[in-house]
Design a protein around this ligand. Structure first.
Ligand SMILES: [Zn+2]
Ligand SMILES: [Zn+2]
Length: 88
């Protein structure tokens, strides 16, 4: 039987006990003697900042009320160097 989630062909059966308890379908791996876990599927979502949603970062050293405090992310390091560190 081929798992239709990850495409792995294994010695699977539908886990009827699990379905009876939870109402969800799950494959049981007879070779491994444990419930099948889809490999190649990322169960843990990688925690990344939504960079695309926020292309601008706020400069902590600029006046927060000014629009110029918002710097493009790729320019931020440069901005800190040129606009702040250089004059201290
Ligand atoms: Zn699978
Ligand atoms: Zn600044």
């Amino acid at each position: 039987m081929i798992c239709n989630k990850c495409g792995i062909d294994g010695n699977f059966i539908w886990d009827e006990t699990y379905r009876g308890n939870t109402g969800k379908y799950r494959l049981y791996d007879l070779n491994m003697e444990r419930p099948h876990e889809c490999s190649g599927m990322k169960t843990e979502a990688s925690i990344e900042e939504p960079i695309l949603d926020k292309p601008l970062v706020k400069c902590p050293k600029c006046d927060p009320l000014k629009d110029s405090a918002w710097i493009k992310r790729e320019k931020f390091q440069e901005h800190i160097k040129t606009a702040h560190l250089g004059f201290w």
